[in-house]
Design a protein around this ligand. Structure first.
Ligand code: CUA
Length: 313
């Protein structure tokens, strides 16, 4: 009967999908059975006890204790079975294993943003390794959204001002569609995301080199994205305003005076060093407060920042 399940549901691709399907199909078959069973009884009764002559009267029957017990106790047992079966699955589905990879999910009109343990962020594309438990910690920046992955048999509301969680272990490499299933405004039906279930090697490449966006975006644009998303903008302006750190405007190719009194030319190696070992040279008049971005930026992202600064003449 797998064709029937495949007709009703997308193919299950996460660890507990089988369990959800088992219970779901049990309820479907039970419903089909009782549809025909009850319908058959009604047909039988209508034929068997139909009024045969004009003056016929029915006997006065108030109740039948045995019959009432049968139709109360059997359904009670069936619904208790469904309850405990469902409760067991519910507990399993909501308690993530301790070694899960934790990914922060932010829903906002009308995109899904994902943040990985290493600080990598992606929009509408979620990369996860196959056969590893993944926990999603979700919140919303505006209204209520709902994160729904049919192939994983998972759905949970994403709410402003509080965290909700989901977890899964993807079992099939490939793509999964994510929908928003809480009506959240005019872009609701466009609020889609794709989960890429990667092999361990693909996931490594993704973490090291970034997603398609990081690998293919022109360097200057990538640099601008890094500047905006990784916190550079909090201290370094791009319009010449003095902040906690020197502005990026017009520094490329010029020399700056270090706290040690020496002159340094702002070129690729200088910028690279300033990102990875910011205390090596501190520009005169500024505090040595910049944290290192060692391990937080990929090689291509650093090149992007260099190109971006170069463009700010
Ligand atoms: Cu977000 Cu609907």
């Amino acid at each position: 009967m797998n064709w029937f399940r495949d007709y009703l549901l997308p193919r299950g691709a996460a660890s507990h999908a089988g369990e959800v399907d088992g219970l779901f199909m049990f309820i479907i078959y039970l419903t089909i059975f009782f549809f025909f069973f009850n319908g058959g009884l009604i047909f039988y009764a209508v034929r068997r006890w139909r009024r045969r002559s004009a003056g016929e009267t029915t006997p006065h029957i108030t109740h039948d204790t045995r019959l009432e017990l049968v139709w109360s106790v059997i359904p009670l047992m069936v619904v208790m079975l469904i309850f405990f079966w469902g409760f067991k699955g519910y507990v399993k589905a909501w308690v993530p294993p301790n070694d899960s990879i934790e990914i922060v999910v932010t829903g906002k009109k009308w995109v899904w943003q994902f943040e990985y343990p290493d600080g990598t962020r992606t929009l509408n594309d979620l990369h996860v390794p196959v056969n590893k438990p993944v926990k999603l910690v979700m919140h919303s920046e505006d209204v209520i959204h709902s994160f729904f992955v049919p192939g994983f048999r998972l759905k949970r509301d994403v709410i402003p001002g509080r965290y909700t969680e989901l977890w899964f272990t993807a079992t099939q490499p490939g793509k999964q569609q994510v929908f928003c299933t809480e009506y959240c405004g005019k872009g609701h039906s466009d609020m889609l995301a794709t989960i890429y279930v990667d092999t361990p090697e693909q996931y490594e490449v993704f973490l090291r080199e970034g997603d398609e966006q990081v690998r293919k975006m022109p360097l200057k644009e990538l640099g601008k994205l890094v500047y905006e998303n990784k916190g550079c903008a909090t201290c370094h302006s791009i319009d010449g305003t003095r902040g906690q750190g020197p502005s990026f405007k017009g520094i490329w190719g010029h020399t700056v005076k270090g706290a040690d009194g020496k002159d340094y030319e702002v070129e690729a190696n200088y910028i690279r060093q300033s990102i990875l070992s910011p205390q090596a040279v501190v520009v005169q008049g500024f505090e040595p407060i910049m944290p290192t971005f060692q391990g937080l930026l990929r090689e291509r992202e650093i090149q992007g920042v260099i190109e971006y600064i170069k463009s700010l003449q």
